[in-house]
Ligand binder design. Structure first.
Ligand SMILES: [Mn+2]
Length: 394
């Protein structure tokens, strides 16, 4: 592992991950000039517009002075859409471009000081001069990397669900913006914003911004999804029970002891760390576009043969992988989360998991040592079958 916590990182403007996480992450913004020096975007506005024509891709166009103020159009678009756009004041936004472009996914390599299961996607916006989606806030952390042209970023107040918004059916634009700072970002510059901080980006020239966004379940999601997950394992017969209760003096009254029984029931069901880990790992690795995981059936022998013939396997950018340790009776084991599923593996496979999760590619050199390990080979075949690992020449 190359992430030493006190190493100065260029992507963070020369501060260490430790300092960034202590002073900025989830707390305050950080402007980093030349976070990626001399950054040259591997795709341009036309490439992005091309992506927005495809069915699988989530895209939007925001026109400040459209048929209505701040008009929002949803993709997929067609050539006609682009032929009719005005010269100024519009923005095209395309979600999860990292899933469709390995060159874009590569930018995520810079963020290895954060858990990869917290990363959501790389959204890319292209704007013409004046283009903006208005002053707003988001509920998640974001790194805004200027990829092309210049964009002015203004930052403002911390917001919450009481912050007043313009009346708009789809967009959450702030009614008031209390500016505290502003900067113009050039290619390679990056701005980190914590959740709920008001921000307002305005294109100065034709410009492209990459937003590395993070996912964090809302507390409401955690509570409802986890409760649903636990409930799947509970038979209908298992119920609130009050064997041994004392007689009531007032039949309408709910006593402290009744609530204590309920509390005990909830504690017993919700305090299982292994269950919590299983749910969390599965939930946080759910892929955004599961349809993009297309696997192929391969036996261990066929896998070995293909590796010996020079095959290279890489992670499908759609796959989301994470792992952790769990205690099984007496021994420690590993639980591996793969795109919303989990499987328990022997502890000795940690080294292989590290390869699967982190290596640039899997090939004869780094896999040969595992050929005689049946559990390891079964795992690799399943990852290929399930589409998480794909052969580079396919
Ligand atoms: Mn935003």
């Amino acid at each position: 592992m190359s992430n030493t916590i006190d190493t100065p990182l260029e992507i963070l403007g020369g501060i260490s991950a430790e300092v960034f996480l202590r002073d900025y992450w989830q707390k305050k913004p950080l402007l980093i000039r030349q976070a990626i020096p001399d950054f040259v975007s591997p795709l341009d506005g036309n490439d992005l517009a091309g992506l927005s024509l495809e069915d699988m891709v989530e895209s939007r166009i925001v026109l400040e002075h459209g048929e209505t103020p701040w008009q929002l159009k949803h993709g997929p678009f067609d050539d006609e859409t682009y032929n009719t756009l005005p010269e100024r004041d519009w923005t095209l936004l395309v979600q999860a471009v990292d899933q469709f472009s390995p060159d874009v996914a590569e930018v995520l390599e810079h963020f290895k000081f954060l858990p990869n299961w917290r990363i959501d996607d790389v959204m890319i916006s292209f704007a013409v001069p004046g283009g903006s989606v208005g002053p707003h806030y988001d509920n998640y952390d974001v790194f805004l990397l200027q990829a092309e042209g210049q964009r002015q970023w203004k930052i403002g107040q911390m917001c919450d669900n009481e912050s007043l918004l313009l009346k708009h059916p789809d967009l959450r634009i702030l009614d008031s913006f209390e500016q505290t700072d502003e900067w113009t970002l050039e290619p390679g510059d990056m701005l980190y914003l914590p959740p709920r901080l008001a921000h307002w980006g305005i294109a100065q020239t034709d410009c492209m911004t990459w937003s590395v966004g993070f996912r964090a379940p809302s507390t409401a999601e955690v509570v409802t999804h986890y409760a649903d997950f636990v409930a799947r394992f509970l038979p209908d017969e298992q119920r609130y029970s009050d064997a041994g209760m004392s007689p009531v003096s007032n039949p309408s009254y709910i006593r402290t002891e009744d609530i204590q029984r309920l509390r005990a029931l909830l504690n017993e069901q919700l305090n299982d760390d292994r269950m919590l880990l299983t749910w969390f790992g599965q939930y946080m690795t759910e892929p955004r576009y599961p349809d993009l995981l297309v696997g192929s059936e391969l036996s261990t022998e066929e896998l070995i043969q293909s590796l010996e013939d020079g095959a290279l396997f890489t992670r499908n950018p759609t796959a989301r992988l994470a792992w952790s340790h769990i205690q099984l009776d007496q021994e420690s084991a590993v639980v591996f989360f793969v795109s919303g599923n989990s499987r328990i593996l022997s502890e000795h496979l940690v080294v292989l998991l590290d390869l699967v999760c982190c290596a640039d590619a899997l090939h004869l050199d780094n896999l040969q040592a595992w050929f005689s390990d049946a559990e390891a080979m079964t795992l690799l075949c399943e990852l290929i079958k399930q589409g998480s690992l794909e052969s580079l020449d396919e």
